[in-house]
Ligand binder design. Structure first.
Ligand code: PEP
Length: 255
């Protein structure tokens, strides 16, 4: 099954709402509409930028979509500081990143929490980008494939094939995030291929063939081509390079 590549720019805790507008305009200007026939491009700004990005995207009928970096496990109520799936849906978010390694590491999010957030996203019609990935210690013991599959199983536990079909998976080796040390295309393919095989077990082969599996970790305009050229890599989750409008547009066009 042909899978349309997805390039998602995770801005992390960078750019205020004015800077956000400027960056989206720059990307839109650098990426003519014709590219959107072959690649989906989304930006993932901080929560406080979403309303401004929505106004720009809707007002100018841009083909770029946008999403959030996290979602609450709760629907509503006394959860100070949290943002619900229904709030994100109301703001027009197409995607939400769940289980990013920075949330797993700094906020102690485990697979059960990632699963709960994935369910919240699906409940409100938002596509979860479910992140998994091993640290350097795991990679050095060469147990990284099984480690990632364990995270995958835990993060999708009990979901139906229909639900799994609506998810995007991002394989992000922690040692490659923000370090400039990108995985080799073969190393990235090894894990992304194993993820797809596991999705066939968790759902079925048809669903597995349709789910987009992204690679993330020091992706830039120079290395994206070879990465997305791998059989089971359907795009990229991009951190640092997504903050540079020209480079993000260029790598989106290459994908
Ligand atoms: C990320 O934060 O998801 C990421 C992949 O970051 P970077 O591209 O900067 O490594």
């Amino acid at each position: 099954m042909a899978r349309k590549p997805l390039i998602a720019g995770n801005w992390k805790m960078n750019l205020n709402h004015l800077e956000a507008i400027a960056l989206v305009q720059k990307i839109a200007f650098a990426l003519p509409e014709k590219y959107f026939d072959k690649v989906d491009v989304t930006v993932i700004p901080p929560f406080v930028d979403l309303r401004s990005v929505q106004t720009l995207v809707e007002g100018d009928r841009l083909l770029i979509t946008y999403g959030a970096q996290d979602v609450s496990t709760h629907d509503e109520g006394a959860y100070t500081g949290e943002i619900s799936g229904s709030m994100l849906a109301k703001l027009g978010c197409s995607f939400v990143v769940v289980g990013h390694s920075e949330r797993r590491q700094y906020h102690n999010e485990d697979d059960a929490t990632v699963l709960a957030k994935t369910k919240q996203a699906l409940k409100y019609g938002i596509t979860p980008i479910v992140c998994i990935g091993e640290g350097l210690g795991v990679r050095e013991t060469k147990t990284h494939v099984e480690y990632n599959l364990e995270q995958l199983r835990g993060s999708l536990k009990g979901l139906t094939a229909e639900e799994i079909a609506k998810i995007v998976i991002a394989y992000e080796p922690v040692w490659a995030i923000g370090t400039g040390k990108v995985a080799t295309p073969a190393d990235a393919q090894e894990v992304c291929g194993a993820i797809r095989k596991e999705l066939a077990e968790l759902a079925n082969p048809e669903v597995a063939a349709g789910v987009r599996v992204l690679y993330g970790g020091s992706v830039n305009a120079k290395n994206v081509g070879e990465l997305v050229g791998q059989t089971d890599i359907d795009g990229a989750l991009v951190g640092g390079a997504s903050l540079k409008g020209d480079e993000f547009a260029t790598l989106s066009a290459i994908a």
